[in-house]
Write a protein that binds this ligand. Structure first.
Ligand code: HEC
Length: 298
């Protein structure tokens, strides 16, 4: 009986390993470039808070974050009330979405997830390699929107394909179009798959904007056909910000979301340092006491 269940769980582990390996080789690679903002920069956090309450809380909640907590960011309660509270007038309330989750699910096909810990938990299923950092992936997601008329929302996303969320920040970023280039062996300039892949990789690395690299393989008449695809986003219409201003705004927004996910982080670091000093002091006292006691014995 025992051996049987052991074998069963072994089989389960093996299959899950195999599926995850297969998955990793199939996903696109997305390039992550762009600025990041510092957790101790209160002005960046304030700008991020403003973006968050103006552009995200319409649809999303952050149920672990209370408005009065924002005094952490050197804001007064009056400033918070006047500039940052749109969905409630009680300063002790948590950040609740303006729309009803049920309506949202009907409109977008999926309920907007709570954003409280998104910056620590975000992972885009489609991505393999490049980064494990949830905050970085989140920033790439917010820069990854492009126009797609085949989608009901009119939007698609390079980092999270076919997501139900419309591009909430398009007024700032402007709109992007997707440009897809396919590289295949043609027996001439691209002699074989190897040459096609190398050329595609070079184009991916050289791309100056958000881009992804994908490998598709299909069997046709007993032959394997490999396609190497580079997708890049190019600006179609400008927004109220330049691309680099938009990237900084996203960095501020993600910085704020990291604060929301872990508001005590800065305090914890301070407490840690104080504790280290305290322990060092106790150690020194213990050593001194030991010396004092043993002095008389010898
Ligand atoms: C108009 C409503 C709406 C607004 C505004 C909005 N979102 Fe969303 N968001 C959604 C919906 C709906 C989903 C779930 C889509 C799905 O699962 O297909 C979603 C999903 C997400 C996800 C998960 C994406 C993934 O890959 O699973 C993140 C992260 C996110 N939103 C962040 C934000 C941020 C940050 C803002 C503010 C800049 C924002 N959203 C503004 C509707 C919205």
């Amino acid at each position: 009986m025992k051996i049987k269940s052991l074998l069963a769980s072994l089989a389960l582990v093996t299959t899950s390993l195999i599926t995850s390996a297969a998955f990793a080789s199939g996903g696109p690679e997305v390039k992550f470039v762009g600025p990041t903002a510092s957790r101790t920069d209160n002005e960046s956090l304030q700008r991020g808070a403003r973006l968050f309450v103006n552009y995200c809380v319409n649809c999303h909640s952050a149920q672990y974050m209370r408005y009065n907590r924002l005094t952490d960011l050197q804001l007064t309660e009056d400033q918070i009330k006047q500039n940052l509270m749109f969905t409630t007038d009680k300063i002790g309330d948590t950040m609740k979405a303006a729309i009803n989750p049920k309506d949202a699910k009907e409109w977008f096909g999926a309920a907007p997830p709570d954003l409280s810990v998104m910056s620590r938990a975000y992972s885009a299923a489609a991505i393999s390699g490049s980064t494990d950092d949830p905050a970085e992936t989140l920033a790439a997601y917010l820069r990854g929107f492009y126009q797609d008329d085949s989608r009901e929302t009119g939007w698609n996303n390079l980092v999270s394909p076919n997501i139900g969320m419309p591009h909430a920040l398009h007024e700032l970023s402007g709109t992007n179009k997707l440009v897809e280039t396919v590289f295949m062996a043609d027996g001439k300039e691209l002699k074989d798959d190897h040459a096609a892949e190398a050329k595609a990789k070079a184009a991916f690395i050289a791309a100056q904007t958000m881009s992804s690299f994908e490998h598709h393989s299909e069997k046709k008449d007993g032959k394997t056909i490999n396609r190497y695809i580079v997708k890049t986003l190019v600006n179609a219409t400008p927004g109220s910000m330049t691309p680099s201003q938009y990237d900084s705004a996203v960095a501020d927004l993600v910085n704020f979301m990291s604060y929301v996910a872990e508001p005590n982080k800065s305090k914890r670091i301070q407490i840690g340092i104080v504790m280290m000093f305290l322990l060092a002091f106790l150690l020194a006292t213990a050593v001194w006491l030991k010396k004092e006691y043993w002095q008389d014995v010898h």
